[in-house]
Design a protein around this ligand. Sequence first.
Ligand SMILES: [Zn+2]
Length: 495
Amino acid sequence: MATSSKMTNLMRLLAPGLIVLMAGVSPSHAANVESMRLWAAPDHARLVFDLSGATHANVFSLANPDRLVIDLDESHLDTDASTLPLEGSAIEAVRTGVRDGGGLRVVLELNRVVEPRHFVLPPNDQYGHRLVVDLEYPGESAVENPIDPIEAMIRDQEMMAQRSNTQAQVQAQVPGSEASPAVPAPASVEVQPAQPHPQRDIIIAIDPGHGGEDPGAIGPGGTREKDVVLDIARKLAADVNGTPGFKAVLIRDGDYYIGLRQRTQLAREQKADFFVSVHADAFTSPRPEGSSVYALSQRGATSETAQWLADSENRADLIGGVDGNLSLRDKDQVLRGVLLDLTMTATLNDSLSIGGQVLEQLGRINRLHKSRVEQAGFMVLKSPDIPSLLVEVGFISNPGEERRLRDPVHQQGLANAIFSGLRAHFERNPPPASLLAWQRDHQRRPTGNEYRIQSGDTLSSIAVRHGVPVGQLRQVNDLNGDVIRVGQVLRIPNS
Ligand SMILES: [Zn+2]
């Protein structure tokens, strides 16, 4: 103890001198490029230069043909740029060379117009000095199949109608709100009536955690969380898309990173009815195992409410509808809080209900780490208007579970369990104007299961997935051969 504090004192005495000395020796020392890493997302590509030290970069565009030039002072390349995985990115080729007068020049040959952005990052736990170059694609969505604009408009109308109902209820509940001149009567709010029963799909936003530079947890065998959760999320999306009345939006569909707030923002843009984030747990000891399901905690929600209120001027469309008809900007602060609380509480109740169903289904195929839905202040769950869950499918730090998490059959089982849980919830509580609501109102409950054929499916792959003999599948659906078409709905007999 005494020795170390003496050392610290010594350091304190020496440190300022050292800094001056070092600064005096070399104000700009060589920073070589040790490696380059590239991630291609639907709306951008990120190129990271791992550097041996801090340096200055000059980045500029050239046209005809489109190129991006990255000049690094006093640097040279210690890596092979030709091995970068360019596929799916805006980069056609990478050329490197030495500039006149020294320094490294990297030229990216581009196959499309990009908006470049660059910044440097200091060392962290995992990486040293980095130069990050983002190539953003103007007008591109970060999701693969963005929602049709007309469908988005119809859904906005429906949501506004629902919110106008909620608002009317709240105004009836808040004491004195009718008399308050600050609060306009509900009649002054013009809302287009929703389309009668468009039989819309219930949209499930599926968010595979981590990605790109962020591998998530890493198992003892080297399995990366970002990879297994993407596999499971894709299987879950196939389940969702294969079921009439449901549609999946994959928030991440590749190896790239998306900010936590952007993930819920994307779900909101895609008019999702539900958001599920898929993760794998890790612990310092190899023993813990099993699945857990999280919803947002009230405590986290409460503090987020305050922040959300502060931000609401900039994004009134969240609660008010896109064209601002129901904007709360001009309303009484108290009423605004009550409205938001109500939305938040309703959303949280849905999250907990769906979470319970998901947990029950997961418990049938996997050990449960926690036997009830846990609540915590996960950033990715902090969306006041979309019911959200975070599913930790298992412990990647447990060697046995790590192996299972890589197994496609187990991954499919986890996907099936998650979907069965949320499907059970939505069959009991179908959103207005959804196909499921229509089926309920017309007593058209499907007997057994139905499956909507997706591209790439074959009759035998569908049979295998549902554990039904091909012959029986043919018989129940009056099929003669193996010819099926995308979008066709098959009845799946109970096996
Ligand atoms: Zn995670």
